[in-house]
Design a protein around this ligand. Structure first.
Ligand code: ADP
Length: 159
């Protein structure tokens, strides 16, 4: 069974993330989308909120599991029996960081490989940070995020 983990901040999950996840779920037998709790980025939503929003957004993807983790991604992958780390690539600007991360993970564990997927062009420019910025000014983010995230962020910023 080919298992991949898809780690990230997902603060919050966007349609770009979902597109990568959907393609990953067509390639691998199982994909575990895992909210990383130890990113140096300070998160807007708690890990629990991010996990719940992912769960509400992945209807129809039967072979996808949602989880969160702390510590090294390669150790988490081993724990889950995954040999593949799935990551998304948007523009060249993602490349340098992702390449460094992938090579660091390979150096830590040579049996774990990173597979990169590219989203559909219409989702390519979407990032969790711009989504939060737009929502914070009362803008419409419904094109960029699943419905559950749209509703939740609207409520958060209305407070
Ligand atoms: P991290 O903090 O680990 O980078 P993110 O939630 O920002 O977590 O992103 C998780 C992964 O999804 C990264 O590989 C990122 O490049 C990718 N990603 C984010 N947004 C998109 C998008 N719109 N299209 C394709 N990949 C994306």
């Amino acid at each position: 069974m080919k298992i991949a983990i898809y780690p990230g901040s997902f603060d919050p999950i966007t349609k770009g993330h979902l597109d990568v996840l959907k393609t990953g779920s067509e390639i691998f037998d199982k994909v575990i989308i895992a909210v990383s709790q130890n990113s140096e980025k300070k998160s807007f939503l708690t890990a629990e909120e991010r996990v719940n929003l992912i769960k509400l957004s992945i209807g129809g993807l039967e072979n996808v599991e949602v989880d969160s983790f702390e510590g090294l991604t390669v150790e988490y992958a081993k724990l889950k029996g995954a040999k593949v780390i799935l990551r998304g690539l948007r523009a060249v600007s993602d490349f340098e960081y992702e390449m460094q991360l992938s090579q660091t993970n390979s150096a830590l564990s040579e049996h774990i490989k990173t597979v990169f997927l590219i989203t559909k062009p219409k989702y390519n420019f979407i990032s969790s940070s711009t989504v939060k910025d737009i929502a914070s000014f009362g803008g419409d983010i419904s094109k960029f995020v699943p419905e559950s995230v749209n509703d939740y962020l609207k409520k958060q910023f209305a407070k």
